[in-house]
Design a protein around this ligand. Structure first.
Ligand code: G6P
Length: 367
Protein backbone atom coordinates (compact mmCIF):
# COMPACT_ATOMS: atom_id res chain seq x y z
CA UNK A 1 0.00 0.00 0.00
CA UNK A 2 1.27 3.51 -0.76
CA UNK A 3 2.56 5.33 2.27
CA UNK A 4 0.47 8.33 3.19
CA UNK A 5 1.46 11.48 5.01
CA UNK A 6 -1.01 10.97 7.83
CA UNK A 7 -1.49 14.25 9.67
CA UNK A 8 1.67 15.80 8.32
CA UNK A 9 1.88 18.47 5.62
CA UNK A 10 4.84 16.81 3.89
CA UNK A 11 6.62 13.47 3.82
CA UNK A 12 9.75 15.23 5.00
CA UNK A 13 7.98 16.48 8.11
CA UNK A 14 6.57 13.02 8.78
CA UNK A 15 9.99 11.47 8.36
CA UNK A 16 11.62 14.00 10.71
CA UNK A 17 9.07 13.11 13.39
CA UNK A 18 9.47 9.37 12.83
CA UNK A 19 13.09 9.52 13.91
CA UNK A 20 12.75 8.48 17.56
CA UNK A 21 10.92 5.32 16.46
CA UNK A 22 13.07 4.34 13.48
CA UNK A 23 16.34 5.10 15.25
CA UNK A 24 15.20 2.94 18.19
CA UNK A 25 14.25 0.23 15.70
CA UNK A 26 17.68 0.45 14.09
CA UNK A 27 19.58 0.44 17.36
CA UNK A 28 17.68 -2.60 18.56
CA UNK A 29 19.55 -4.79 16.10
CA UNK A 30 22.94 -3.46 17.22
CA UNK A 31 22.73 -3.48 21.00
CA UNK A 32 22.14 -6.16 23.59
CA UNK A 33 20.98 -4.15 26.58
CA UNK A 34 21.05 -7.05 29.07
CA UNK A 35 24.59 -8.05 28.20
CA UNK A 36 25.57 -4.38 27.81
CA UNK A 37 27.11 -5.17 24.45
CA UNK A 38 27.23 -3.64 21.01
CA UNK A 39 26.73 -6.42 18.47
CA UNK A 40 27.49 -6.51 14.76
CA UNK A 41 26.49 -9.25 12.29
CA UNK A 42 29.04 -12.08 12.01
CA UNK A 43 31.70 -11.73 9.37
CA UNK A 44 34.37 -14.07 8.05
CA UNK A 45 37.22 -11.69 8.89
CA UNK A 46 38.62 -10.21 12.08
CA UNK A 47 37.40 -6.63 12.51
CA UNK A 48 39.87 -6.22 15.36
CA UNK A 49 42.74 -6.72 12.92
CA UNK A 50 41.60 -3.87 10.67
CA UNK A 51 44.01 -0.99 11.18
CA UNK A 52 42.88 1.41 8.48
CA UNK A 53 39.44 2.25 7.14
CA UNK A 54 38.24 3.93 3.94
CA UNK A 55 34.77 5.51 3.92
CA UNK A 56 33.01 6.46 0.67
CA UNK A 57 29.54 7.94 0.04
CA UNK A 58 27.61 10.82 -1.60
CA UNK A 59 25.47 13.68 -0.33
CA UNK A 60 23.96 13.38 3.13
CA UNK A 61 25.32 9.82 3.45
CA UNK A 62 28.81 11.27 2.97
CA UNK A 63 28.27 13.61 5.91
CA UNK A 64 27.21 10.64 8.06
CA UNK A 65 30.50 9.04 7.00
CA UNK A 66 32.40 12.18 7.96
CA UNK A 67 30.88 12.14 11.47
CA UNK A 68 31.92 8.46 11.68
CA UNK A 69 35.50 9.39 10.82
CA UNK A 70 35.63 11.58 13.94
CA UNK A 71 34.06 8.84 16.08
CA UNK A 72 36.20 5.98 14.80
CA UNK A 73 39.44 7.91 15.09
CA UNK A 74 38.55 9.16 18.58
CA UNK A 75 37.19 5.94 20.07
CA UNK A 76 38.83 3.11 18.07
CA UNK A 77 42.06 5.02 17.28
CA UNK A 78 42.02 3.69 13.73
CA UNK A 79 42.95 6.11 10.91
CA UNK A 80 40.11 6.80 8.47
CA UNK A 81 40.33 8.02 4.88
CA UNK A 82 37.14 9.46 3.49
CA UNK A 83 36.06 10.54 0.04
CA UNK A 84 33.00 11.41 -1.98
CA UNK A 85 32.37 8.52 -4.35
CA UNK A 86 32.77 10.54 -7.56
CA UNK A 87 36.33 11.46 -6.52
CA UNK A 88 37.28 8.11 -5.02
CA UNK A 89 36.43 6.09 -8.11
CA UNK A 90 38.68 8.14 -10.40
CA UNK A 91 41.63 9.18 -8.26
CA UNK A 92 43.23 5.73 -8.19
CA UNK A 93 43.40 5.62 -4.38
CA UNK A 94 46.21 3.70 -2.70
CA UNK A 95 44.57 0.73 -0.94
CA UNK A 96 46.38 -2.03 0.95
CA UNK A 97 45.06 -5.50 0.02
CA UNK A 98 42.87 -6.84 2.83
CA UNK A 99 41.83 -3.35 3.94
CA UNK A 100 38.27 -2.48 4.88
CA UNK A 101 36.18 -0.05 2.83
CA UNK A 102 32.84 1.22 4.18
CA UNK A 103 30.09 2.54 1.90
CA UNK A 104 27.13 4.51 3.24
CA UNK A 105 23.93 4.84 1.22
CA UNK A 106 20.22 5.20 1.82
CA UNK A 107 19.21 3.66 -1.51
CA UNK A 108 22.10 1.29 -2.07
CA UNK A 109 21.89 2.22 -5.76
CA UNK A 110 23.71 5.57 -6.12
CA UNK A 111 25.77 5.09 -9.29
CA UNK A 112 28.98 6.71 -8.06
CA UNK A 113 28.95 4.90 -4.73
CA UNK A 114 28.24 1.54 -6.36
CA UNK A 115 31.06 2.06 -8.87
CA UNK A 116 33.38 3.04 -6.00
CA UNK A 117 32.39 -0.15 -4.15
CA UNK A 118 33.21 -2.29 -7.19
CA UNK A 119 36.50 -0.46 -7.63
CA UNK A 120 37.40 -1.20 -4.00
CA UNK A 121 36.48 -4.85 -4.48
CA UNK A 122 38.84 -5.14 -7.44
CA UNK A 123 41.49 -3.62 -5.17
CA UNK A 124 40.90 -6.54 -2.76
CA UNK A 125 39.16 -4.53 -0.08
CA UNK A 126 36.65 -6.08 2.29
CA UNK A 127 33.33 -4.34 1.76
CA UNK A 128 31.15 -3.03 4.59
CA UNK A 129 27.87 -1.31 3.67
CA UNK A 130 25.50 0.82 5.76
CA UNK A 131 22.33 0.78 3.69
CA UNK A 132 18.59 1.34 4.12
CA UNK A 133 17.31 -0.86 1.27
CA UNK A 134 18.14 -4.49 2.11
CA UNK A 135 17.48 -5.73 -1.43
CA UNK A 136 19.72 -3.10 -3.07
CA UNK A 137 22.79 -3.72 -5.19
CA UNK A 138 25.14 -2.50 -2.46
CA UNK A 139 23.51 -4.76 0.14
CA UNK A 140 24.01 -7.75 -2.14
CA UNK A 141 27.67 -7.00 -2.72
CA UNK A 142 28.63 -6.46 0.94
CA UNK A 143 30.85 -8.71 3.06
CA UNK A 144 29.60 -6.94 6.18
CA UNK A 145 26.02 -5.70 5.80
CA UNK A 146 24.96 -3.08 8.35
CA UNK A 147 21.29 -2.29 7.66
CA UNK A 148 19.49 0.84 8.80
CA UNK A 149 15.81 0.31 9.60
CA UNK A 150 14.48 3.74 8.66
CA UNK A 151 11.71 2.34 6.46
CA UNK A 152 10.98 3.87 3.05
CA UNK A 153 12.13 7.48 2.81
CA UNK A 154 10.00 9.49 0.36
CA UNK A 155 11.22 13.07 0.84
CA UNK A 156 14.08 13.70 -1.58
CA UNK A 157 16.14 15.43 1.12
CA UNK A 158 17.32 12.68 3.47
CA UNK A 159 16.40 12.96 7.17
CA UNK A 160 15.50 9.76 9.00
CA UNK A 161 17.89 7.68 6.89
CA UNK A 162 20.69 10.01 8.01
CA UNK A 163 20.05 9.68 11.75
CA UNK A 164 19.69 5.90 11.37
CA UNK A 165 23.03 5.83 9.53
CA UNK A 166 24.58 7.79 12.40
CA UNK A 167 23.10 5.36 14.93
CA UNK A 168 24.63 2.36 13.10
CA UNK A 169 27.96 4.15 12.70
CA UNK A 170 28.05 5.02 16.42
CA UNK A 171 27.46 1.34 17.22
CA UNK A 172 30.17 0.38 14.73
CA UNK A 173 32.62 2.86 16.28
CA UNK A 174 31.93 1.43 19.75
CA UNK A 175 32.24 -2.19 18.60
CA UNK A 176 35.40 -1.38 16.68
CA UNK A 177 36.85 0.37 19.75
CA UNK A 178 36.22 -2.79 21.83
CA UNK A 179 37.72 -5.09 19.23
CA UNK A 180 40.76 -2.84 18.93
CA UNK A 181 41.18 -2.97 22.71
CA UNK A 182 40.60 0.77 23.15
CA UNK A 183 37.66 0.41 25.52
CA UNK A 184 36.76 -2.28 28.04
CA UNK A 185 33.53 -4.01 29.00
CA UNK A 186 32.61 -1.28 31.49
CA UNK A 187 32.88 1.49 28.88
CA UNK A 188 30.97 -0.65 26.41
CA UNK A 189 28.14 -1.06 28.91
CA UNK A 190 27.96 2.67 29.45
CA UNK A 191 27.96 3.32 25.68
CA UNK A 192 25.05 0.89 25.29
CA UNK A 193 23.22 2.84 28.00
CA UNK A 194 23.97 6.09 26.15
CA UNK A 195 22.76 4.67 22.83
CA UNK A 196 19.52 3.72 24.55
CA UNK A 197 19.05 7.40 25.41
CA UNK A 198 19.05 8.48 21.76
CA UNK A 199 15.30 8.11 21.02
CA UNK A 200 14.33 10.12 24.13
CA UNK A 201 16.89 12.78 23.27
CA UNK A 202 15.51 12.97 19.71
CA UNK A 203 12.05 13.44 21.19
CA UNK A 204 13.32 16.27 23.38
CA UNK A 205 14.87 17.92 20.31
CA UNK A 206 11.59 17.54 18.37
CA UNK A 207 9.85 19.33 21.24
CA UNK A 208 11.40 22.58 19.94
CA UNK A 209 9.46 22.39 16.68
CA UNK A 210 7.33 25.48 17.40
CA UNK A 211 10.33 27.60 18.42
CA UNK A 212 12.19 26.54 15.33
CA UNK A 213 9.18 27.32 13.12
CA UNK A 214 9.19 30.84 14.60
CA UNK A 215 12.93 31.11 14.08
CA UNK A 216 12.57 30.23 10.40
CA UNK A 217 11.22 33.78 9.91
CA UNK A 218 14.72 35.04 10.70
CA UNK A 219 16.32 32.73 8.13
CA UNK A 220 13.83 32.92 5.24
CA UNK A 221 14.72 36.49 4.10
CA UNK A 222 18.47 35.73 3.97
CA UNK A 223 20.37 35.35 0.72
CA UNK A 224 23.29 33.54 2.35
CA UNK A 225 23.52 31.53 5.55
CA UNK A 226 26.64 30.26 7.24
CA UNK A 227 26.70 27.12 9.42
CA UNK A 228 29.66 26.64 11.78
CA UNK A 229 30.85 23.75 13.93
CA UNK A 230 33.96 21.97 15.18
CA UNK A 231 34.79 18.28 15.48
CA UNK A 232 31.77 16.14 14.52
CA UNK A 233 29.70 19.35 14.39
CA UNK A 234 31.70 20.40 11.36
CA UNK A 235 30.07 17.66 9.23
CA UNK A 236 26.78 18.47 10.97
CA UNK A 237 27.26 22.09 9.82
CA UNK A 238 27.85 20.81 6.29
CA UNK A 239 24.64 18.78 6.52
CA UNK A 240 22.73 21.79 7.90
CA UNK A 241 23.86 23.90 4.95
CA UNK A 242 23.04 21.12 2.48
CA UNK A 243 19.50 20.69 3.87
CA UNK A 244 18.88 24.45 3.62
CA UNK A 245 20.19 24.63 0.04
CA UNK A 246 18.27 21.56 -1.09
CA UNK A 247 14.82 22.58 0.00
CA UNK A 248 14.76 26.38 0.64
CA UNK A 249 17.15 27.32 -2.21
CA UNK A 250 18.96 29.71 0.11
CA UNK A 251 22.69 29.69 -0.48
CA UNK A 252 24.26 28.16 2.60
CA UNK A 253 27.76 27.07 3.47
CA UNK A 254 28.98 24.82 6.25
CA UNK A 255 32.41 25.62 7.61
CA UNK A 256 34.77 24.39 10.28
CA UNK A 257 34.48 27.22 12.82
CA UNK A 258 38.24 27.66 13.06
CA UNK A 259 38.58 27.96 9.28
CA UNK A 260 36.12 30.87 9.03
CA UNK A 261 38.93 33.40 9.36
CA UNK A 262 40.45 32.05 6.14
CA UNK A 263 37.58 33.10 3.92
CA UNK A 264 33.91 33.19 4.89
CA UNK A 265 34.50 35.91 7.47
CA UNK A 266 34.65 38.26 4.45
CA UNK A 267 30.96 37.53 3.79
CA UNK A 268 29.71 38.41 7.24
CA UNK A 269 27.52 41.45 7.71
CA UNK A 270 24.13 42.10 9.34
CA UNK A 271 22.31 40.26 6.53
CA UNK A 272 24.06 36.90 6.98
CA UNK A 273 22.64 34.67 9.70
CA UNK A 274 25.34 32.45 11.22
CA UNK A 275 24.09 29.23 12.78
CA UNK A 276 26.49 27.74 15.30
CA UNK A 277 26.30 24.07 16.38
CA UNK A 278 28.26 23.81 19.61
CA UNK A 279 27.48 21.71 22.67
CA UNK A 280 29.41 22.60 25.82
CA UNK A 281 32.67 20.69 26.15
CA UNK A 282 36.37 20.94 25.38
CA UNK A 283 35.96 22.77 22.05
CA UNK A 284 33.28 25.17 23.24
CA UNK A 285 35.54 28.10 24.22
CA UNK A 286 37.20 28.01 20.82
CA UNK A 287 33.84 28.24 19.10
CA UNK A 288 32.75 31.07 21.41
CA UNK A 289 35.71 33.13 20.22
CA UNK A 290 34.61 32.48 16.61
CA UNK A 291 31.16 33.74 17.61
CA UNK A 292 32.77 36.91 18.93
CA UNK A 293 34.50 37.40 15.59
CA UNK A 294 31.11 37.10 13.87
CA UNK A 295 29.45 39.51 16.29
CA UNK A 296 32.21 42.10 15.91
CA UNK A 297 31.29 42.26 12.21
CA UNK A 298 27.60 42.72 12.85
CA UNK A 299 26.71 39.07 12.11
CA UNK A 300 23.55 37.60 13.63
CA UNK A 301 24.06 34.36 15.48
CA UNK A 302 21.70 31.47 16.11
CA UNK A 303 23.25 29.22 18.77
CA UNK A 304 22.28 25.55 19.00
CA UNK A 305 23.76 24.19 22.22
CA UNK A 306 22.89 22.66 25.58
CA UNK A 307 21.79 24.60 28.70
CA UNK A 308 25.37 25.14 29.83
CA UNK A 309 26.49 26.45 26.46
CA UNK A 310 23.48 28.73 26.10
CA UNK A 311 23.95 30.11 29.58
CA UNK A 312 27.54 30.95 28.80
CA UNK A 313 27.27 32.27 25.25
CA UNK A 314 23.58 32.78 24.45
CA UNK A 315 23.55 36.52 25.28
CA UNK A 316 23.63 38.62 22.16
CA UNK A 317 22.44 35.80 19.89
CA UNK A 318 19.31 36.49 17.84
CA UNK A 319 18.01 33.07 18.86
CA UNK A 320 19.05 29.95 20.74
CA UNK A 321 17.84 26.35 20.59
CA UNK A 322 18.48 24.20 23.64
CA UNK A 323 19.41 20.57 23.05
CA UNK A 324 19.51 17.99 25.83
CA UNK A 325 22.98 17.36 27.22
CA UNK A 326 23.99 13.84 26.18
CA UNK A 327 27.15 11.76 25.74
CA UNK A 328 29.52 13.09 23.03
CA UNK A 329 29.16 9.87 21.03
CA UNK A 330 25.45 10.38 20.53
CA UNK A 331 25.07 14.18 20.62
CA UNK A 332 25.62 14.72 16.86
CA UNK A 333 22.62 12.45 16.16
CA UNK A 334 20.44 14.72 18.30
CA UNK A 335 21.71 17.92 16.67
CA UNK A 336 20.46 16.63 13.29
CA UNK A 337 16.89 17.42 14.40
CA UNK A 338 17.07 21.25 14.75
CA UNK A 339 19.07 21.43 11.53
CA UNK A 340 16.37 19.49 9.65
CA UNK A 341 13.49 21.41 11.22
CA UNK A 342 15.07 24.77 10.46
CA UNK A 343 15.49 23.84 6.78
CA UNK A 344 11.98 22.41 6.69
CA UNK A 345 10.22 25.42 8.19
CA UNK A 346 12.27 27.88 6.13
CA UNK A 347 11.31 26.03 2.95
CA UNK A 348 7.64 26.01 3.96
CA UNK A 349 7.76 29.79 4.49
CA UNK A 350 9.34 30.21 1.07
CA UNK A 351 6.66 28.02 -0.49
CA UNK A 352 9.02 25.60 -2.22
CA UNK A 353 8.18 22.02 -3.12
CA UNK A 354 9.62 20.51 0.05
CA UNK A 355 9.34 16.83 -0.88
CA UNK A 356 10.37 17.24 -4.52
CA UNK A 357 12.89 20.09 -4.71
CA UNK A 358 13.75 21.29 -8.20
CA UNK A 359 16.59 19.57 -10.06
CA UNK A 360 17.14 16.91 -7.38
CA UNK A 361 16.44 13.18 -7.46
CA UNK A 362 15.90 10.80 -4.56
CA UNK A 363 18.37 8.33 -5.94
CA UNK A 364 20.97 9.21 -8.57
CA UNK A 365 21.46 5.96 -10.47
CA UNK A 366 23.25 7.47 -13.46
CA UNK A 367 26.61 9.12 -13.28
C1 G6P B 1 20.67 12.21 -3.67
C2 G6P B 1 19.63 12.50 -2.60
C3 G6P B 1 20.31 12.77 -1.25
C4 G6P B 1 21.23 11.62 -0.88
C5 G6P B 1 22.25 11.32 -2.00
C6 G6P B 1 22.98 10.01 -1.75
O1 G6P B 1 21.42 13.36 -3.93
O2 G6P B 1 18.87 13.62 -2.98
O3 G6P B 1 19.32 12.93 -0.23
O4 G6P B 1 21.92 11.93 0.30
O5 G6P B 1 21.57 11.16 -3.25
O6 G6P B 1 22.06 8.95 -1.83
P1 G6P B 1 22.22 7.55 -1.14
O7 G6P B 1 20.98 6.80 -1.53
O8 G6P B 1 23.46 6.92 -1.73
O9 G6P B 1 22.35 7.78 0.31
Amino acid sequence: APIDKGNYAHYMQKEIFEQPVVVAQTLQSYIRPFEGEVALPDVDFDLGAVDRLTIVACGTSYYAGLVAKYWIEQFARVPVDIDVASEFRYRDPVLQPGGLALFVSQSGETADTLAALRHAKVQQQRIAVVVNVPTSSMAREADLLLPTHAGPEIGVASTKAFTCQLAVLAALAANFACKRGQIGAKDERSIVADLQQVPAALNAALGHDDDIAAMAHLIAPARDVLYLGRGPYYPMALEGALKLKEISYIHAEGYAAGEMKHGPIALIDEDVPVIVLAPSGPLFEKTVSNMQEVRARGGKIVLISDSEGIEEAGDGCIATIEMPKVHPLIAPIVYAVPVQLLAYHTAVLKGTDVDQPRNLAKSVTVE
